[in-house]
Design a protein. Structure first.
Length: 198
């Protein structure tokens, strides 16, 4: 069982890690929520998912400054590699995807579901269990981040979108569901619960 610790009891290292995380989160929320809804679900998805991916990369790099856990190092390096590739792919198809437009009804339905997904993700990340343990904090922050990406991709796939974007969405769903499973497995390991970086 992960017990949330009072902030005043955190080590200086944990406080430094969390300060960086909350800065990353604030920037992600600001950039994602500033994207205006135009007439293309495909383009809107890309414009929101790029800062979402950027935040994951920054979160992974923040963890790598502190963790000595080999499994988490591998997960973090995988996130950096996969999501850097995803950003590149989305930027390459940005212009062509912008030309695939949707009806007003589709746009409204997409946006309504997306708003709910994002608000839940933002709240869960803000309220993630911040223990005096950087490994546990990272996992509890990254799981809702991954879950949000999966739901965002599934939501976009419910509507007519740019064909070249479909494999990117399927990759997001597959890779991030796998990442969630890996991190949930680590949470169940008693050794990780007792592995504090102080």
């Amino acid at each position: 069982m992960i017990v949330q610790t009072n902030c005043s009891e955190f080590s200086l290292v944990t406080k430094r890690y969390l300060r960086c995380f909350y800065g990353i989160l604030d920037r992600m929320i600001c950039k994602m929520t500033s994207v205006r809804m135009g007439n293309s679900i495909s383009y809107h998805f890309i414009m929101q998912m790029i800062p979402h991916h950027c935040a994951a990369i920054e979160m992974a790099r923040n963890l790598l400054c502190y963790t000595t856990d080999l499994a988490l190092q591998e997960i973090a390096l995988g996130i950096i590699k996969e999501q850097t590739k995803g950003i590149y792919e989305m930027k390459q198809m940005q212009s062509s995807c912008a030309r695939v437009t949707n009806t007003q009804q589709q746009l409204c339905q997409y946006q309504e579901t997306l708003f709910s997904i994002n608000q839940t993700m933002f709240a869960d990340m803000k309220n993630s269990c911040a223990a005096n343990n950087i490994n546990l904090s990272f996992i509890n922050e990254m799981i809702p981040h991954h879950r949000g990406a999966v739901l965002m991709a599934k939501n976009a796939l419910d509507f007519p979108i740019c064909p070249c974007l479909v494999p990117v969405l399927n990759t997001i769903i597959t890779s991030q569901q796998q990442g969630i499973c890996e991190m949930e497995a680590l949470l169940r390991e008693e050794s990780l619960e007792n592995h504090c970086l102080v």
